[in-house]
Design a protein. Structure first.
Length: 500
């Protein structure tokens, strides 16, 4: 208690934090010297001052010079003092809201305020919010201040100045100017996403849309009628790879477009994003080896210098479809770039290989989708007949003699051949996966299985093969990958125990 009334203690505490003033004794909060020291350090300390000191011109002036918004805590008389208010709005235009009504109608005061913060226009009187000089001064600070001058939203020169400062100001222009080509081009040139405020008539104007997407590729979402225009979509994706999500279906079959999005992400060091762009490609483009390599998802095969390294065999859900999560690709990329792991193991990532199958994959598609059995995961009628390659009930566990499956669409028959040296490219995925598991078993490697909720059907097959081979299995169960997931994995791997 004694410390709260000790002047020296309070002054010392204030040097550490001005908030200490609020705990000082009332007598010290009425001490002019202490309050002056406080408000010079932080103007907001005025709120802790006694009622009497809030009427002292020198104390309040010191406060608003340091923090204009402290005008809120001044006495009513001083909030009507032109000198005090001018000092406050010069430091922070928003302080205008605490000025007296008469001063909010004072052109000099308001001009000072909006010259510091355009948004202060909202606190000016109605007459001054219709004053072109005041409004233009505000717009030079913040184009979106146009919203506070509805009486001038049809004035061409006013609106043009607003959108040149901030394209989003087009939102507050009258409808006639939202279809004015000159105003619209100025707006989207400053902010591409201002296209959302453009009249529908100009959203199909190719020059307008091109200008918008070159400034911000994401503006493509506001031009759905041009989402299949090659020039527009390419311009958008080159500016921002994320614009790919707004491209039309026809464009998602274009190799060069997908490559452009991937290149954009890779140039920014965003490999996980690059992988997500690959997923957007229409099958089978999403599994094109050239794009997989471009996205940094290339399989790390054992080179001549790596053949002595034990394999780390991944078991993950298929991660290259549009609906798949990014976790599998994220895990692979983290493993791939881990310095210690790269020196001591090589990674087998089954998702980035062309997958053959030794069995009959075709089964007739029901005439009506409601005839599909409830336990079948059907997202696309076209792929229903291709479902047995990851069917756990299929008898193959990677030990059969057949190493290739090739679909002949017109006859719906199978072509089975042993490709010999082309095994890696054409082999049955189960045969190849088991081969990697066996190698991992022989060389003290392991299988790492990422479990995102329930196991995928292919993962069930892979787990059964791992159990049959007797290889060590490390399971990662999570809905989002922990930051230190690779370090944790390495600890478990080196521990030598099966984590199942």
């Amino acid at each position: 208690t004694n410390m709260r009334v000790d002047r020296d203690v309070v002054l010392a505490a204030m040097k550490q934090t001005i908030a200490a003033l609020q705990h000082a004794d009332r007598s010290l909060r009425a001490d002019r010297e202490i309050l002056l020291a406080a408000v010079k350090q932080d103007g907001s300390a005025l709120k802790h001052a006694s009622s009497e000191l809030r009427t002292h011109c020198d104390v309040v002036l010191a406060a608003v010079n340091q923090k204009g918004i402290a005008l809120e805590h001044a006495s009513e008389d001083l909030r009507a003092d032109r000198v005090i208010v001018l000092a406050a709005v010069k430091q922070d235009g928003a302080a205008l809201q605490y000025a007296s009504k008469d001063l909010r109608s004072d052109q000099r005061v308001v001009l000072t305020a909006v010259g510091q913060d355009g948004a202060a226009l909202q606190h000016a009187s109605d007459n001054l919010r219709a004053d072109p000089t005041v409004v233009l001064t505000a717009l030079q600070q913040d184009g979106t201040s146009l919203q506070y001058a509805p009486m001038l939203n049809a004035a061409h020169d006013i609106v043009l100045e607003a959108v040149k400062r901030n394209g989003a100001a087009l939102k507050y222009a009258c409808q006639a100017l939202q279809v004015d080509r000159g105003v619209v081009l100025a707006a989207v040139r400053q902010s591409g996403v201002a296209l959302q405020y453009v009249d529908e008539v100009l959203r199909v104007d190719k020059d307008v849309v091109l200008t918008a997407v070159k400034q911000n590729g994401l503006a493509l979402q506001f031009a759905p009628k041009l989402c299949d225009d090659s020039e527009v979509v390419f311009a958008a994706v080159r500016q921002n790879g994320h614009a790919l999500q707004y491209a039309g279906c026809e464009r998602l079959t274009d190799f060069d477009l997908i490559a452009a999005a991937i290149d954009w992400a890779m140039a920014k060091g965003q490999e996980v994003e690059a992988a997500s762009f690959l997923k957007m490609a229409t099958p089978p483009l999403n599994q094109d080896p050239r794009l997989i390599d471009r996205a940094g998802l290339s399989l790390i095969q054992a080179s001549e210098g790596q053949k002595h390294l034990p394999p780390l065999v991944l078991s993950v859900r298929f991660s290259l479809s549009r609906s798949a999560s990014n976790m599998a690709n994220d895990l692979f990329l983290r493993l791939k770039h881990h310095e210690h792991l790269a020196r001591h193991m090589y990674i087998h990532h089954p998702n980035v290989l062309r997958k053959g199958f030794c069995g009959l994959m075709y089964k007739p598609v029901p005439k009506h989708m409601d005839e599909v059995p409830e336990d079948d995961d059907v997202s696309d009628r076209k792929i229903y007949g291709w479902s047995r390659n990851d069917d756990p009930s299929w008898q193959c566990s990677g030990l059969c003699k057949v190493t290739c499956w090739k679909k002949i669409r017109d006859t719906k028959h199978d072509c089975k051949r042993d490709h010999g040296s082309d095994l890696l490219k054409y082999g049955c995925w189960r045969f190849l996966y088991r081969r990697h598991l066996q190698r991992a078993k022989d060389m003290d490697g392991c299988m790492v299985q990422l479990q995102e909720g329930d196991l995928g059907r292919g993962q069930q097959v892979e787990l059964e093969m791992a159990r049959d081979v007797g290889v060590k299995v490390v399971v990662v169960r999570c809905t989002t990958l922990p930051v230190d997931v690779v370090s944790d994995l390495l600890s478990v791997i080196h521990d030598g125990k099966d984590s199942r």
